[in-house]
Design a protein around this ligand. Structure first.
Ligand code: ADP
Ligand code: MG
Length: 266
């Protein structure tokens, strides 16, 4: 596989949308895998108590595993929880365990509760990575706020369905608040259309609405609905290794290539 250009500095990309089931985890895992397969050093930070990204990367995340919970709540160093993803060289994961669900409440009484992930990233030498992708839970609570404060860029996956745009206003308002008070650098750099069904007019209409609204941050590549994509996690794999020739794998590779080559506006 040909190598893609690597960024001069580590790009920390938060993948958020408070809606569940829009493709946050699938996109985190498969974009990360694609980037790693093209020569980048990549870390996925799993910030969802469900630990779906950890599962999909084939990384253990039972209750005893040192996890992002320990980093956020117990001040453990990020270096002490990061593990390699077994299937793909250059790809690493900071796993999430179920106790992270409690962190949403436990963070409330912590000092600098919105900035704990940022502090952990700052204390760690992120420059050994080209990309850090942060997979968020489906809410706008303190975990997602930590991811918005910790990231430089926001990637919003949008499912090509009827209620796709509902809730985006609230997400953008949260981003604006974070920018104003906690992280000036944050910008919505990338929007990825997911689970596109080419047979429906609705999907085409949603894609057009999103492009009209968000302009050139929307990647040209859209991710099709593909059974192979949804099967891969149960084998502890990204679709990139589970079925590299499938439409889903090819689309995620294209999308990752666009990101590596400077976004959608090329
Ligand atoms: P989120 O992290 O936003 O909750 P997921 O990435 O877990 O969303 O995706 C929700 C469900 O949809 C999962 O079961 C996943 O396997 C499935 N899925 C995601 N993308 C696709 C796709 N392109 N084709 C088919 N199924 C998909
Ligand atoms: Mg998820």
């Amino acid at each position: 596989d040909r190598e893609w250009p690597r960024p001069d500095r580590c790009r920390v990309i938060t993948i958020a949308n408070q809606k569940g089931g829009v493709g946050k985890t699938t996109s985190s895992v498969n974009l990360a895998a694609s980037l790693a397969m093209h020569g980048a050093q990549v870390l996925v930070v799993d910030l969802d108590p469900q630990g779906n990204a950890s599962t999909a990367l084939g990384v253990e995340h039972h209750a005893e595993v040192p996890s992002i919970y320990d980093v956020l709540i117990e001040d453990m160093a990020l270096a002490d929880i990061i593990v390699p993803a077994p299937e793909i060289p250059n790809l690493y994961c900071a796993p999430a365990t179920l106790n992270l669900a409690g962190a949403e409440i436990e963070l409330v009484s912590k000092v600098a509760r919105e900035s704990r992930l940022r502090r952990a990233l700052d204390a760690y030498d992120t420059e050994k990575f080209d990309y850090v992708l942060i997979d968020c839970p489906p809410s706008l609570g303190l975990l997602t706020v930590n991811a918005l404060v910790g990231g430089d860029e926001l990637l919003i996956p949008i499912q090509c369905e009827y209620y796709a745009l509902e809730g985006l206003g609230q997400l953008i308002r949260t981003v604006d608040l974070v920018k104003a008070h906690l992280n000036q650098k944050l910008k919505v750099s990338t929007i990825l259309l997911t689970m596109y069904d080419a047979r429906t007019r609705l999907a085409a209409q949603v894609a057009e609405d999103v492009r009209n609204h968000f302009g050139d941050v929307v990647l040209n590549t859209v991710i099709p609905r593909s059974v192979r994509v949804s099967e891969a996690p149960s084998y502890g794999q990204s679709v990139m290794t589970y079925d590299p020739g499938s439409s889903g794998a090819l689309a995620y590779s294209e999308a990752a290539s666009e990101m590596a080559h400077g976004g959608a506006a090329q």
